[in-house]
Ligand binder design. Structure first.
Ligand code: FAD
Ligand code: SIN
Length: 516
């Protein structure tokens, strides 16, 4: 079965939705989501979206903070574009119905997070992402040109390879013609599009402990890499310093950095403040430094967690600004107006991804990427807090401008074969998939975590190769399913993280090796 559309969008988070609303003004759109529309990392975002709103803040200060957090290996041009377009993009989110908290004066209430020299985070209490997703979903659902497909799984991008041509990493002018999508009836639909956007989010689930929802399995990066798109910077995996220590809970519940921005302080289990030993900004130092400091303190003490002491924040602010965290903690017996919160670092964000330019264009023609799946160069070696929702809004806007200007000159392909499932059988042993996933997460957590070494990376590579070979064999023989595809994608992206980490012979930002 095949379907045709002007624009195919894979992903329903902020990146997919912003792009959808813009291109839908020009043509027909199919927007697909792996589960329901709202189950995205976007919905889980707490702290907010960084943007320059009022003096004394300036674009220059936000640019400087972003470059400093990224250890100056950011793409400066991209940093400038993102920050100078921040105010416009935030206004647009507001026009689409997003509510950000305001002061009684009518001005937006701005929060501060690690690495920011000014208060510049627009937020909706401590559930900003949920609010953005709510507003965007409502607007998308009412757009007549957008057809939404939920609970479908994009398996692979379609390129010349599927027309029988040889495509390898040195092939010039690879083109994207759409994607093969597994529908709810276990059938693969061939979706042919003039322009395809990958907005599939992150890959946190390559680790045992992550703040990311289960949908974050690196599918977009893996499928783009298989299609021979360029990827980069995947060694820069950001661990959020403060996820709630609540063993067994998946995803790990985030304790927003905005709490530290409001005055919360990290302490050891024995009650000693420790961040001043690591950075002059103390508990508000950039994330890579705080996560590493906690990791180090835990190794020294042998404890399972450190504490976040919120006693410096008034009860009124705790209840008004952080109601979601208050309610969540209370449910497990922690009253944040009285008790300290036990926290541990958790895999949180992928700074790298599919390499894109200033219009979200990938190295494959007619294929765009935006949001966490993309590597625009904004973050360098470490992302500044609350810059990712902003990055998605900016580059989805820019990609839409580029795609709508040229889509009419792109023909929809005619001679693409249907998915070939000949010779495959139903895999009735889920244990083969679930156990390999656990092994992969254990390898990545133990050898490719916050602190790395050459020996650890080599061991991770060797162990992963075994799981890779077993999984490819199973994939070739099995009737396609979401579970086998996700495992394969997790292995693909884990392999890329290790490969790029091995290649980087220095400690910088989020890539920290005891050997350098
Ligand atoms: P997502 O919002 O993750 O959307 C991905 C979409 O792709 C989903 O619809 C999914 O179903 C779909 N998809 C994936 N694979 C497939 C497939 N194979 N087939 C079909 N569909 C697929 N950033 C900030 O700037 N500020 C914050 O305060 C903040 N807080 C955060 C808190 C948490 C707990 C987390 C996890 C992240 C936070 N981040 C924050 C990061 C930010 O939320 C994400 O980077 C951003 O929302 C990613 O948006 P996205 O549109 O790229 O992807
Ligand atoms: C947080 O609220 O601490 C998360 C912010 C982010 O990931 O940018």
């Amino acid at each position: 079965m095949s379907k045709k559309t002007d624009f195919l969008i894979i992903g329903s988070g902020i990146a997919g939705m912003v792009y959808a609303l813009k291109v839908a003004e020009h043509g027909k759109v199919i927007l697909v989501s792996k589960t329901n529309l709202e189950e995205t990392s976007t919905s889980y975002a707490q702290g907010g979206i960084a943007a320059v709103m009022y003096s004394p803040d300036t674009y220059g200060k936000h640019i400087a903070d972003t470059l400093k957090a990224g250890s100056l290996i950011n793409n400066e041009k991209i940093v400038r574009i993102t920050i100078t377009e921040s105010t416009e993009r935030v206004k647009e989110l507001i026009e689409w119905g997003t509510h950000f908290d305001k002061e009684s004066s009518g001005k937006y209430n701005l929060a501060r997070e690690g690495g920011h020299s000014e208060f510049r985070i627009l937020h909706h209490k401590d559930n900003t992402g949920f609010e953005i997703q709510r507003a965007l979903t409502k607007t998308v659902m009412s757009h007549p040109n957008i057809s939404v497909w939920e609970n479908v799984f994009t398996v692979d991008l379609i390129t010349q390879h599927h027309k029988g041509q040889l495509v390898n990493r040195s092939t010039k002018n690879i083109e994207c013609y759409g994607a093969y999508i597994l529908d709810g009836n276990h059938k693969i639909v061939t979706v042919l599009a003039r322009k395809t956007m990958i907005a599939t989010g992150g890959m946190g689930n390559i680790y045992q402990t992550t703040t990311n929802p289960v949908i974050a399995s690196g599918d977009g990066i893996a499928m783009a890499y298989r299609a021979k798109a360029e990827v980069e910077n995947l060694e820069f995996v950001q661990f959020h310093p403060t996820s709630l220590y609540n063993p067994g809970e998946k995803p790990s519940f985030l304790i927003t950095e905005a709490m530290r921005g409001s005055g919360a302080i990290l302490k050891t289990r024995s009650g000693k403040e420790f961040m001043h030993k690591y950075h002059e900004l103390g508990s508000l130092a950039p994330r890579d430094i705080v996560a590493r400091a906690i990791d180090n303190e835990l190794k020294i003490s042998g404890d399972d967690y450190v504490y976040l002491d919120t006693s410096g924040i008034s009860e009124m602010e705790l209840l008004n600004h952080f109601p979601t965290i208050y309610a969540k903690c209370l449910k497990i017996g922690i009253d944040i107006t009285k008790d300290m919160i036990p926290v541990v670092p958790a895999a949180h964000y992928s700074c790298g991804g599919i390499k894109t330019d200033e219009f979200g264009r990938t190295s494959i023609k007619n294929l765009y990427a935006s949001g966490e799946v993309a590597s625009t160069g904004l973050h360098g070696a470490n992302r500044l807090a609350s810059n990712s929702l902003l990055e998605a809004a900016v580059f989805s806007h820019r990609a839409a401008a580029d795609a709508t200007a040229s889509f009419k000159t792109v023909d929809i392909q005619k001679d693409i074969p249907d998915w070939d499932s000949e010779g495959t059988v139903l895999n009735e042993e889920m244990i083969l998939i679930t156990q390999s996933k656990k092994e992969l997460q254990s390898i990545m957590t133990n050898y490719v975590g916050i602190v790395r070494s050459n020996m650890r990376l080599k061991r991770a590579y060797d162990r992963l190769t075994i799981i890779y070979n077993e999984t490819e064999d199973l994939y070739d023989k099995s009737i396609i399913s979401k579970d086998i595809c996700e495992l394969r994608n997790l292995i693909n992206v884990a392999y890329l993280v290790i490969k790029l980490a091995k290649k980087r012979k220095q400690s910088i930002g989020l890539h920290y090796s005891i050997d350098y």
